[in-house]
Design a protein. Structure first.
Length: 421
């Protein structure tokens, strides 16, 4: 038996949806807490399965975790025990790899198996490991486990061949206690990185250059506890803006930082979506004109986010003409196209691009959420489709969307979960 999401399409959406705290920030902020010697309280934590998995991992390390209210986590690492991280929870998400940097930074030792997360084509972690080695760590891979050791970590200059989000954050976490200054060149500039660096600085770290491609970290001797509020999730926000563009008469997406969404907003305007951008909200109105096709090229921030291209592709099936999406981050991130085609879309994939021939009428079908944002794309398509869509493997969706069902039902969608054979 499997629990699927069923969506009856064709219902117009109205009202306000509130965006939760950023998944990609949260999943790094939680491991970062083990660098502190005292409790850290984080506000705005999304209720997603990635957070539940991290909570299990913290508890396995004897870190006390208490949920306070709906979205607050109290994390007390005072009695942490640095045991090997080999449980199933490690493979449930990508971000378990942040314990490498955090534990190496705090204890000079980390033992952890390979992380999980969405399969988007190969996702190596060589840049993380090279960064740790540059700081003075030795790395061994034994019985499916990375073993990282360092008597002392020493600050150095690190140039990242690719501006990797994960490598930037992981190296930054390892470097906060290193002796002297670490410089990360060609660092990633995603807003989530600024969020982690800001938390670490509140704990007592000395990190400069956040939001630029040069991060400078001056090692400190001690980090303490603090209170911290997570930024809103720009990918969840983009998903709901796309949903509004697809099906809303008048919908407000609130608790957002519009500056984080500029590339997406620009594309939606090009496609012909009518919207008003406020200080911390976006209002999307129904457009009676046909949607225009467009070209999307995914890029590191501030470019068009790869995590948004999959839901955006679903919307582009309704544009009159041919659209193209080209991936420069994950060349194989096109599994959603086959699923969308089962619903009546006409998409050809020739990596690293997909070609969307619109406009096609969508109908309900049995489809599979092959990864998190594929799932988001299928939800967008299902809301537009005639009839009922049955989405399988929804555990991917639950990794990253806080209360998806409640938020959509509240806007007027017909969506429910059902056990199927
Ligand atoms: C938990 C989290 O924050 N996940 C996000 C993070 O993933 P993640 O941090 O894994 O993605 P990266 O920014 O590291 O990956 C960017 C590119 O660099 C390559 N690479 C990365 C590291 C490495 O050591 N070697 C290497 O070759 C990757 O294969 C990919 O082609 O950023 C991605 C790109 O914005 C997003 O899609 C993910 O949602
Ligand atoms: C790819 C994603 O997540 P992860 O890196 O956690 O697999 C995503 O959020 O779209």
């Amino acid at each position: 038996m499997e629990k699927v999401i069923k969506i009856e399409g064709g219902h117009r959406l109205n009202g306000t949806v509130r965006i939760s705290g950023s998944k990609n920030a949260t999943v790094a902020l939680i491991p970062a807490c083990v660098l502190a010697n005292n409790p850290v309280t984080i506000y705005g934590v999304p209720n997603i399965s990635d957070v539940h998995s991290l909570q299990i991992l913290l508890e396995e390390l004897n870190v006390k975790v208490e949920k306070k209210g709906d979205d607050t986590l109290y994390i007390d690492p005072t009695n942490i025990q640095n045991i090997p991280m080999v449980s199933n929870a490690v493979s449930k998400l990508r971000a378990s790899y942040y314990f490498m940097g955090a534990l190496l930074g705090r204890f000079g030792h980390a033992e952890i198996k390979m992380p999980g997360g969405c399969y988007l084509g190969p996702r190596p972690i060589d840049l993380h490991l090279k960064g740790f080695e540059s700081l003075g760590a030795t790395i061994n891979y034994e019985n499916g486990c990375y073993i990282l050791d360092a008597k002392e970590l020493t600050g150095t200059n690190i140039f990242l061949d690719i501006s990797s989000v994960g490598a930037t954050i992981n190296i930054m976490m390892a470097a906060v206690y290193a002796k002297g200054r670490t410089t990360i060149e060609n660092a990633a500039r995603e807003p989530e990185i600024i969020d982690i660096a800001t938390l670490l600085n509140k704990m007592g770290a000395r990190i400069h250059g956040m939001g630029t491609s040069t991060l400078v970290i001056d090692g400190v001797k001690e980090l303490g506890g603090c209170f911290y509020e997570i930024i809103p999730d720009r990918i969840e926000a983009a998903t709901y803006i796309i949903i509004a563009a697809a099906m809303a008469d008048d919908m407000i997406i609130e608790n957002i930082i519009p500056q984080h969404l500029e590339a997406v907003i620009m594309k939606l305007k090009q496609v012909g979506i009518d919207m008003k951008v406020g200080t911390d909200f976006i209002e999307v109105f129904k457009t009676d004109k046909p949607l225009k096709p467009t070209e999307i090229l995914t890029k590191p921030y501030p470019g068009f986010a790869t995590d948004v291209q999959q839901p955006f592709t679903a919307l582009l099936t309704q544009a009159e003409g041919n659209s193209t999406v080209t991936e420069t981050i994950y060349k194989e991130r096109f599994k959603h196209c086959k699923e969308l085609n089962k619903m009546g879309a006409d998409i050809d994939v020739m990596t690293p691009s997909c070609f969307i021939n619109g406009k096609t009428k969508l109908h309900g079908a049995k489809v599979t959420s092959t990864d998190l944002r594929c799932g988001a794309g299928l939800v967008v398509a299902a809301l537009m489709a005639e009839g009922i869509t049955e989405i399988h493997d929804v555990y991917h969706i639950d990794r990253g969307y806080d209360n998806l069902d409640g938020k959509l039902v509240n806007l007027g969608a017909k969506l429910w979960r059902e056990e199927v054979e």
